[in-house]
Design a protein around this ligand. Structure first.
Ligand code: GDD
Ligand code: MG
Length: 360
């Protein structure tokens, strides 16, 4: 079985992290976002993953080489010369997807969930039509693709991308299982699955939706990224608690890479991910945050509700809070107060910032 992951788009909503690497390679819970998906696909017997990319191909390629070996799965790139939207990339990879006549998975690269892919294969077989999509309920459906379905059969009556008025609260979770016949309806030019292809398959009564059980989040922007981390760690607590850290200084669900060093008298958690080679000095307080690889947090500093980019430093007794996002290689001086700021890479911060702003 094959899968195609949509990894294009510039990830602007996750800047400044995406100024350093493509969104799918930004770590979520200490692992590149896309790796969570590739592992889930491999677990249900997918043998080849095609990454549909439209920029930074060289960065993606070196990632592929590393993980093809580690995971024992074929990972190839299909590169667009112009952004082809969410459907055009399927047409571009048509020959590869048609090598077998089996249905194939398509995934958005910026979502996290429990990946019920096995159940989805069964669901697809059971209804026997062209296309299956996974749906979930959200409170704020307007920023997603909304799906109106027949509750009994799961048949989709209507698919409306980013509706201006309320049509329902079940939304497209960004995971599809499609028959190869869908490829006959798509041209290799900029086309949207959500605005063009799905509404038309729905009209032909060929689109079925399976309701997702468990958590789901689009982690393509900082606030949702941290909320997604909270859900994901809670899921680990239930499914594989041994992966979580334990100790007298740990509160709630915390994931700490084994190469990170933690000083005396820290208080870490809940909902924290500490990446490889991080150094957390004594008396530090971390809650609801992610520290990427190589971050140093100096003594008695406090990071809360924020993301700290690769190889950055938070100075002694500094406070970084309220959805602050520090890019790669940002250095915050001792005792600084940073409230909700977004800091672009390679900056030194030597003054307080009391209200949210972008620091270039
Ligand atoms: N290869 C390629 N080329 N990929 C693309 C392109 C492109 O031109 N444009 C977007 N993508 C990829 C993105 O990287 C992402 O993985 C996926 O397609 C969806 O694009 P987003 O930009 O993240 O869309 P969205 O979050 O506004 O909405 C989509 O996701 C929601 C769920 O998170 C839609 O599929 C909605 O219907 C859905 O509810
Ligand atoms: Mg998205």
């Amino acid at each position: 079985m094959k899968a195609l992951i949509l990894v294009g788009g510039f990830g602007t909503r996750l800047r400044p992290l995406t100024l350093s690497k493509p969104k799918p390679l930004v770590e979520f819970a200490n692992k590149p976002m896309i790796l969570h998906q590739i592992e889930a696909l491999k677990a249900v017997g997918v043998t080849e993953v095609i990454l549909a990319i439209n920029y930074q191909p060289q960065v993606m390629r070196s990632f592929l080489e590393e993980f093809e070996m580690k995971l024992g799965i074929k990972i190839t790139c299909s590169q667009e010369s112009e952004p082809l939207g969410t459907a055009g990339p399927l047409a571009l990879a048509r020959d590869r997807l048609l090598e077998s006549n089996e249905p194939f998975f398509v995934l958005n690269s910026d979502i996290t969930c429990e990946y019920p892919l096995k159940e989805m294969i069964e669901f697809h077989k059971a209804h026997g039509r062209e296309a299956s999509i996974l749906v979930t309920k959200v409170d704020e459906p307007s920023k997603y693709g909304v799906v109106v379905l027949d509750e009994e059969t799961g048949r989709v009556r209507n698919f409306v991308e980013k509706p201006a008025t309320f049509v329902g609260n079940k939304i497209n979770a960004g995971i599809y299982l499609l028959n190869t016949s869908v490829l006959n309806t798509i041209q290799p030019k900029p086309t949207s699955l959500e605005r063009e292809i799905f509404p038309s398959i729905a009209t032909e009564r060929g689109l079925f939706a399976m309701i997702l059980v468990g958590f789901w989040m689009d982690i393509g922007q900082p606030k949702d990224y941290l909320q997604g981390l909270r859900f994901y760690l809670d899921h680990l607590r239930r499914k594989s608690p041994l992966e979580l850290s334990v100790g007298p200084n740990i509160v709630g669900n915390v994931l700490i890479d084994k190469t990170a060093k933690i000083g005396e008298g820290c208080m870490i958690g809940p909902d924290v991910a500490v990446g490889p080679d991080c150094v957390i000095e004594s008396g530090v307080r971390l809650s609801f945050c992610t520290l990427m690889k190589g971050v140093r947090v100096k003594g008695s500093a406090h990071v809360s509700g924020s993301i700290v980019g690769w190889h950055s430093t938070v100075g002694q007794s500094a406070l970084v809070s309220n959805m602050a996002v520090l890019g790669e290689d940002v250095h915050v001086s001792d005792t600084m107060f940073l409230n909700g700021v977004v800091v672009l890479p390679h900056k030194e911060i030597k003054s307080h910032f009391v209200k949210p702003e972008i620091i270039m």
